[in-house]
Each structure stands twice: as structure tokens, then as C-alpha cells.
Design a protein around this ligand. Structure first.
Ligand code: PLP
Length: 451
């Protein structure tokens, strides 16, 4: 007798939907206006909806299934761990947690040698900020507008998008600044070099005017993800590192979305030659098969807590199922060259094909990205760069674009006026081209709508 059905029960789809609408309260949403897609099955780069339609998953769900869906090696590792030791309290040592910490720290840059495990990305950022405040004795944290750092109290206040507003009581100790974003430059820059220099000068001014002695940390996404995949100009992250050193500020890099292969490397900050004091991760560490996040801690900050207790913890810190999934995911990503695959697909397929597609479609303002991390910015007018939807909002054009993607068999990640094309790092060249073929058709429809 099998206890777990292996085939989706399509007769149950209507019931799933009905119970969802009746009892499930969803994230970030007006509940009565939702129409969630039922997903019954997934494999590799594909998911199946309640009607049995197969969709190419160019969202990687919430940009987390870096290893693809249902990777047998990771699924088996979770099952094996469940049979061995399904849970263990955080104060005990456990082989999967120890091994996961080794694999993560070996891939992190420089002297980042310890991991504090959390349940996800938001609480990783919460703890990173707590460590920075305790280490420096300073209260404030600087983060950029156009960013996302999570939904919990400090993390949502660090966030620089409109989702913060309703959560912002003005007392979180967070000050926002402008980061580099050449396409919509806040600094009237016309080149990457100008944007970089001016963004750094702006940040230094903010530090000076806020009072360096009041600032515990600067916290930045390595590449702002949900806010638009704005690749920082070369030298920007290094410049922030230098500013932090100059003013005794802890530099926290959030690699929750960028880490573990997404950009074609294990960590983007390492590619830029930058070693933060604290690095936060989640998502791709085990592709979200079991919730897991964490803070990778530099020797200097770890030393702060060598003989005074760190005042923070979680029942599930370093949960063995999550850590077993991380060990398996990292091992198989290394073994099968999955990070290199993401880089190659970015360089050989996405970069040239999206550039060509942008040239053909007037509704495309800009395409940008690397690895399997790409944004297509849709505009009503190329000259004025007027977005087809406001920041943090939607519009008929965006709803039509997302609807067309799904109708044609592609699940995108959409935010504001952008389609994000973020397939798993295992995506094959054929799948990448299949997805881009669908995007081309969708853009033809969007061109008509904005004409
Ligand atoms: N940081 C970044 C850059 C993210 O993209 C996210 C989630 O999308 C988070 C933090 C929050 O992670 P979680 O949803 O696991 O709390």
C-alpha cells in the first residue's frame, strides 16, 4: 500500500482551490481578489497546473528552485534524513548541519567561516542586523530604495519598495538611499562609470549627514532582485566596502536571491572581489525544498560572540531536513556543473537573444541581467521611458502580458512594469530558447497594447 499518491488527483483540484479560497490567507494580497493557480506536479524546469497544462517555470517559483523541481538526488537526501533523524534541537551538533555549514562557508568569499542558520531570508537579515548593532553599539542601518529584504519587522523596514509603507512606523532605525540604476538614474548619469561614482558620492554624503557614529550597517542586495535586477556597475560594491571600512560600518550583503548559482556564480559579491562582514542567504541554498536561510559570519564578528552569548535563536536553526537538502543541492550543483550551466545559458542564450528581442519590440525599454537572472522592462514610450505599470503596482498591460505568458505555456515572475525571466539554473539551451520564443510572442501583443 502506498501512503503518498504519486500521480496528481485531478478530481481533487476543484477541492484544493475551494479550500484554499475558504481557509488559506495568502501573502501580500487582497484576499477576495485572488485566483491562485493550482499546481499539481513539477519536474525539472516545468510545472503542471490543475487543468493538466504544462508550463515552463521561468519564475523558479519565487526565484528559489535553482536546481529545478523534484531533483531526485535532493528528494532522496531529504527522505533518507527523515528516516534517520527528522528533527533535532539547535543546541546539539548534527552531521547534516555541520556539513552544510562547511559547504556554504567554503563557497563564501574570504574569512566568512561560520553560519547561523535561519528559516529563510527575512530572518537571516534580521539576525545580520542584530549582529551588526551588537558589534558596533550603533543603532542605524542604511539600505537602498528599490530593494527587497523580507517580510518580517526589520526586514520589511529595510526594504525599499511600497510594501514597506504600511509596515513603516518610522522607528525601525533604517535610512534609505539611492543605489545605482543607470536606466532611471537618480544622478543624471549617462555612463556606468558616472553612475557608479555618483552613487558612491551620494552614499558617502548620506553617511556623513546621518552621522557615521550612529550607523551600524549598510545592507545591500548583491544585485537588487525583485526590485528590478539592476546589476551594480563594476566597482560599486567595492566602493561601498571601502566606505564601510572608512567609517567603521558593518557591510551586510544580501545574497538571498542572487546566491547559489542564480547569477552564474556561487555568490555575486565574490565575483566582484568583495568580502562583506556578513552575508545572508536562503532560497537557492537548497532550492527551497525545505525552508532554510542563514547568515555567513566573518571571523571578526564571530569573535565578538566568542565569550558573550549571542542573544538570538530559533527552534529550527539548522534543521536536519533543510540542511540535508542543502548538502545534497550544493553537492549535485558542484558535481553536475549547474552553476557553470547558468553562466553559459546567460552568456550564450539570454544575453544575445534578449538584446535582439529588445531591438525588435518597441515596448521593451531595457533588458538586463546575467546568468539565469534577467529583467525585461516594459515601457509605454521608449523616449520618455514611461513604465507600463507603477512601482509596486500593476496595470492592464502587465496583467495582459502575464496572462499571455501563461496562455502560451510560460510562468514568469512579474513585478511592477517588468517580466523577470529567472528559470532554474539547470535550464537547458532548448528550454531557454522555448521560453524566449514565448516571450517574443507576448511582446508582440504588448507592442500592440502600448501603440
Ligand atoms: N532578501 C531578498 C533579496 C529576497 O529576494 C527575499 C525574498 O524574496 C528575502 C530577502 C526574504 O526571504 P524569505 O522570503 O525567505 O524570508
Amino acid at each position: 500500500m502506498t501512503l503518498i499518491p504519486t500521480e496528481p488527483d485531478l478530481s481533487g483540484v476543484a477541492r484544493t482551490y475551494e479550500l484554499d479560497r475558504k481557509h488559506v490567507f495568502h501573502s501580500w494580497s487582497a484576499q477576495a481578489e485572488l485566483n491562485p493557480m493550482v499546481i499539481t506536479r513539477a519536474e525539472g524546469s516545468y510545472v503542471w497546473d490543475g487543468q493538466g497544462n504544462r508550463l515552463l517555470d521561468f519564475s523558479s517559483q519565487l526565484v528559489n528552485t535553482n536546481i529545478g523541481h523534484q531533483h531526485p538526488y535532493v528528494v532522496e537526501a531529504i527522505a533518507a534524513q527523515a528516516r534517520t533523524l527528522a528533527t533535532v534541537a539547535p543546541q546539539h551538533a548534527n552531521d547534516q548541519r555541520s556539513e552544510a555549514a562547511r559547504l556554504i562557508t567554503e563557497r563564501a568569499p574570504g574569512e566568512l567561516n561560520k553560519v547561523f542558520f535561519t528559516n529563510g531570508g527575512a530572518d537571516a537579515n534580521e539576525h545580520a542586523v542584530r549582529m551588526a548593532r551588537l558589534t558596533t553599539g550603533r543603532p542605524k542601518v542604511l539600505s537602498r530604495y528599490r530593494s527587497y529584504h523580507g517580510g518580517t519587522e526589520t526586514a520589511i523596514n529595510l526594504t525599499g519598495d511600497p510594501r514597506r509603507w504600511a509596515n513603516d512606523k518610522g522607528d525601525a532605525g533604517v535610512v534609505h538611499f539611492f543605489g545605482p540604476y543607470l536606466y532611471r538614474s537618480h544622478f543624471h548619469a549617462t555612463t556606468e562609470a558616472e553612475e557608479c561614482a555618483r552613487a558612491l558620492a551620494h552614499l558617502e554624503q548620506v553617511i556623513q549627514l546621518e552621522g557615521p557614529q550612529t550607523i551600524a550597517a549598510v545592507l545591500l542586495e548583491a544585485i537588487p532582485g525583485t526590485a528590478g535586477i539592476m546589476i551594480p556597475p563594476p566597482g560599486y560594491l567595492r566602493g561601498v566596502r571601502e566606505l564601510c571600512d572608512r567609517y567603521g560600518i558593518v557591510f551586510i550583503v544580501d545574497e538571498v536571491m542572487t546566491g547559489f548559482g542564480r547569477t552564474g556564480s556561487w555568490f555575486f559579491c565574490a565575483e566582484e572581489g568583495v568580502e562583506p562582514d556578513l552575508l545572508t542567504f536562503a532560497k537557492g541554498v537548497n532550492s527551497g525544498y525545505v525552508p532554510l536561510g542563514g547568515v555567513v559570519i566573518s571571523d571578526r564578528i564571530a569573535q565578538e560572540f566568542a565569550h558573550r552569548p549571542y542573544p538570538g535563536g530559533l527552534t529550527y536553526s539548522g534543521h536536519p531536513l533543510a540542511c540535508a537538502a542543502a548538502v545534497a543541492a550544493i553537492t549535485v550543483m558542484e558535481r553536475d556543473g549547474i552553476v557553470e550551466n547558468a553562466r553559459r545559458i546567460g552568456e550564450e542564450v539570454f544575453a544575445p537573444e534578449l538584446a535582439a528581442l529588445a531591438a525588435r519590440h518597441p515596448s521593451v525599454g531595457e533588458v538586463r541581467g546575467r546568468g539565469v537572472f534577467w529583467a525585461v522592462e516594459l515601457v509605454a514610450d521608449r523616449e520618455t521611458r514611461e513604465p507600463v505599470a507603477p512601482t509596486g503596482g500593476t496595470s492592464q498591460v502587465m496583467a495582459a502580458a502575464v496572462g499571455a505568458c501563461k496562455e502560451l505555456g510560460l510562468l514568469p515572475f512579474a513585478n511592477s512594469n517588468r517580466l523577470h525571466l529567472v528559470p532554474p539554473c539547470i535550464v537547458t539551451e532548448a528550454e531557454a530558447r522555448e521560453g524566449l520564443g514565448i516571450v517574443e510572442k507576448v511582446l508582440s501583443r504588448v507592442d500592440e497594447l502600448v501603440k
